[in-house]
Ligand binder design. Structure first.
Ligand code: FAD
Length: 317
């Protein structure tokens, strides 16, 4: 079922999860071990992130080095198929522009369609590790909106090669990313909302937000989006902070603020267990407030410490 149908049919708040593929070589069991614990809470859908290949230097036999591309976390499409098969829960693969030609993207979408996957989260992706700025594939997309447009074309049965234009129509529900604290490359909030609206006008169905730790950022973002003419559901992305290191790591990776109150409490904590407890209580407080404000979905980034999210869910439902 499509994410938008889950939202439409829900009689109360629903939950969804985001997981990362395991690092190369690990078994799918590592995914099941995490997800098994969440099944009592009946997640409506599970997102699986996509990770672009990284360029690394590999030593040759003669001692010289060669530059090779490695993908540390492959398997997004396969994991989505496995989740749907194993749990009968809808999976939402992330698709990124970075590193992919339009043809490769089309083939990935055809695979997803054959597998009965009805949802995708369409993203641009970040710059490669060796780049300062995002550089598109020579025959790929520069912005997520171009990927949204390509998926829309496929949903109309229009493929890249004109001679197969009579091909099967796909039927994807498309999510896109939104940033309560603004995307870091955007000059201001208004432009960010403007480009977000373009993604929706081009056929995206809903927005999943970047994580935030102060709900006021989410509420302001929703208000700005509504004022900018965006009517689609905006799913709040939630993640617990569970250790002191994350106080600097999370802002530097995700360009989000950590509230002073949470920072002070964390810094004052004497043990790792105390840090985890503080992060858990903060997430619970955020969730209760969001539920009071009638959010349609609580979307949890479960990477890292899934049991913290699980403990929060136990207290909520
Ligand atoms: P875009 O929508 O293309 O926006 C990128 C920037 O360009 C923004 O500043 C925007 O305002 C601007 N912009 C957009 N369109 C235009 C235009 N036409 N002209 C000029 N400027 C424009 N990354 C991964 O690699 N894998 C994942 O699985 C993944 N999952 C994510 C899930 C969520 C919910 C979120 C919020 C992010 C995720 N990311 C993931 C990170 C994401 O790829 C990065 O944040 C990336 O920098 C931007 O992606 P986007 O889809 O928002 O890009």
């Amino acid at each position: 079922m499509k994410v938008t149908e889950h939202i439409r049919q829900a009689t109360g708040p629903i939950i969804s999860l985001e997981i990362l593929p395991p690092t190369k070589g690990k078994s799918i069991d590592s995914i099941y071990t995490v997800l098994d614990k969440f099944m009592d809470f009946k997640p409506s859908f599970i997102n699986v992130t996509y990770h672009r290949a990284e360029q690394v230097f590999k030593k040759r036999g003669d001692g010289s080095f060669e530059r090779v591309e490695i993908r540390k976390r492959p398997g997004t499409v396969g994991i989505c198929a496995a989740i749907m098969n194993h749990y009968n829960v809808d999976a939402v693969p992330h698709l990124i522009c970075g590193g992919f030609s339009k043809e490769e993207t089309e083939n990935a979408l055809i695979d997803l369609h054959f597998l009965g996957i009805k949802n995708v989260l369409a993203l641009r992706g970040d710059a490669a590790a060796n780049e300062k700025f995002f550089t598109p594939h020579p025959n790929g997309h520069r912005y997520a909106e171009e990927l949204v447009r390509q998926i829309g074309e496929l949903n109309q049965g229009r493929y890249l090669e004109e001679d197969i234009m009579d091909g099967v129509k796909t039927d994807f529900c498309v999510g896109v990313a939104g940033y309560p604290e603004k995307h870091f490359e955007s000059p201001n909030v208004e432009m960010d909302v403007y480009y977000l609206k373009r993604k929706l006008d081009l056929g995206a169905d809903y927005v999943t937000s970047q994580m935030f730790f102060d709900n006021k950022h989410y509420y302001n973002f929703v208000n700005n989006c509504r004022a900018g003419g965006i009517e689609a559901p905006i799913l709040p992305g939630l993640k617990p902070i569970t250790n002191k290191r994350q106080l600097s790591v999370i802002p530097s990776i995700f360009n989000v603020d950590i509230p002073m109150e949470l920072t002070k409490e964390m810094l004052a904590a004497k043990t790792d267990a105390a840090c985890e407890q503080i992060g858990q209580e903060w997430l619970l407080y955020q969730c209760r407030d969001l539920l009071k404000n009638n959010v349609p979905v609580l979307h949890f980034y479960t990477l890292g410490k899934p049991h913290v999210v699980e403990n929060v869910l136990k207290q909520l439902f």
